[in-house]
Design a protein around this ligand. Sequence first.
Ligand code: SF4
Length: 107
Amino acid sequence: MSTAFRVARRRCVKIIAAAPATATSLVGLVLCASVAAAELVSETDPAAMKLKYKADATKAPERQDPQAFCDNCTFYTAKDGAASGACAALGGRPVAAKGWCTAWEGY
Ligand code: SF4
């Protein structure tokens, strides 16, 4: 789990805990869900663009190795089978397990 995600989750828990048990809590839950959904690095993110990151590795024209994916890159950390994980090359932000970029480095 990325540091950014943990901080966002912790912040959400504090907001919900501090809110009265009313509609405010529901708003907090919706906002937290939005934060979690927006967590994956976008292909248009400036840092991702520099590395030509693609969330779907098969759509990366520079990719030479058909077995190269984020989930077998040395910069990637995630639980086994997770759909996304943290990329150290992108500051620990989440990337798609089946993504790829030009910084890919196999084990
Ligand atoms: Fe994926 Fe590795 Fe590139 Fe990060 S450095 S985006 S884990 S291929």
